[in-house]
Design a protein around this ligand. Structure first.
Ligand SMILES: Cc1ncc(COP(=O)(O)O)c(C=O)c1O
Length: 354
């Protein structure tokens, strides 16, 4: 589908890229939008000025949370061009989430083209490494009606904004609390979809563990509360020497693109990998025995986030003496080198925007 490019207002203030970048507070000058209705299908694809929406108070998304989103990044390469990392994987997950939430799927070609064109037009908003441009594709149900049914109208939009490095003060181990009181997802639920409700449901426990001095929550399975699932907005892995294990995908975990990349590239870097059902009791025993040498999260935001300690049922479990381990460092370095185009990409994962 052709994407119409609308001009920016002539009197648009020229905002400078701030020196200190946080996460998700600043957005660029433009956004992508397209609409879907039963009668017209997808139409009106355009990139125009970033601006608020005007929606009827009865709009479905406000009431029944029929929405999905994605998160990916654009990276400034040393040659000045820009890399996107596995945007097709991201588009495929967007559509899997759409299906689960009874929403209209998007044409992946239009979706990826919109991301590439937006990044090209917003080139000046792509900061140098270690910062990046965060890309947030979203799909919302826009039918103005309170009946509980799948919407007959959708709005697909993509916004972008510069974000700072996750580890602003260096690559530091993160303290993680293991929740045995709350759960994130159950089999047959929406755990593997990237839909807002999953995140809304995690906020309360996130606040509670922050008061105890933890930065993230590790979720256990929703039935027995015995098996490891994932951490906040990251998948999790455990290293036994040079062997890396991560929970298998059972329908409750978000299938992370960073997780997938680690599983695919780790054997080339000298590690073995497996996807398993992992019992938390076994993990904690193996940490205490020193058999688990490293634990790390995997996700777009932090890439690799070493876990320094777990808190569980009133007890603390320190991992690797609270230091960042060599596998976390190695994977982080290799993956960020690929993403920023500092090394050749043998996997064909990066897409270059000239
Ligand atoms: C719940 C959850 N798990 C895992 C991930 C990691 O996925 P990815 O590596 O694709 O960013 C994310 C982030 O998108 C997430 O929100």
């Amino acid at each position: 589908m052709t994407i119409t490019i609308d001009p920016l207002p002539e009197d648009l203030p020229q905002r400078a890229l701030p020196e200190k970048l946080g996460f998700g507070q600043i957005f660029s000058d433009r956004m992508f939008t397209q609409e879907w209705t039963t009668a017209e299908g997808w139409h009106n694809a355009r990139i125009g000025p970033y601006k608020p929406f005007s929606l009827d108070p009865s709009t479905a998304v406000f009431h029944y949370a029929q929405e999905i989103f994605e998160g990916t990044k654009a990276y400034r390469r040393p040659d000045g061009k820009i890399n996107l990392f596995r945007p097709w994987e991201n588009a495929a997950r967007f559509n899997r989430s759409a299906r689960r939430m009874a929403m209209q799927e998007v044409d992946p070609e239009t979706h990826v083209e919109a991301m590439l064109k937006l990044v090209e037009l917003e080139n000046r908003w792509v900061p140098d490494a270690p910062a990046s441009l965060y890309i947030r594709p979203t799909l919302i149900a826009t039918e103005p009606a309170l009946g509980v049914h799948a919407s007959s109208r959708f709005l697909h939009f993509i916004i972008v904004g510069p974000v700072g490095a996750y580890f602003a003060t260096g690559f530091n181990p993160v303290p993680v609390y293991i929740s045995d009181q709350y759960v994130r997802a159950v089999r047959g639920g929406t755990g593997e979809a990237k839909t807002g409700g999953n995140y809304a449901a995690s906020l309360l426990v996130g606040e509670e563990v922050a008061k105890l001095g933890y930065q993230q929550v590790l979720w256990l399975d929703g039935v027995e509360r015995k098996y490891v699932e994932e951490v906040g907005a990251m998948n999790i892995a455990f290293a036994y020497g040079k062997h890396i294990i991560t929970p298998q995908l059972t329908g409750t975990i978000l299938p992370g693109i960073t997780r997938k990349s680690v599983l695919e590239m780790a054997p080339d870097l000298g590690y073995t990998v497996s996807e398993e059902r992992i019992e938390i009791a076994q993990v904690l025993a193996d940490i205490e025995r020193g058999e688990i040498t490293e634990v790390f999260g995997m996700g777009t935001a932090a890439v690799i986030a070493p876990v320094g300690k777990f808190g569980y049922a009133g007890k603390e479990y320190a991992i690797g003496g609270g230091q960042v381990g060599p596998i976390s460092k190695h994977l982080y370095q290799y993956l960020t080198d690929l993403q920023y185009g500092r090394i050749p990409d043998p996997y064909g994962w990066t897409v270059v925007v000239e």
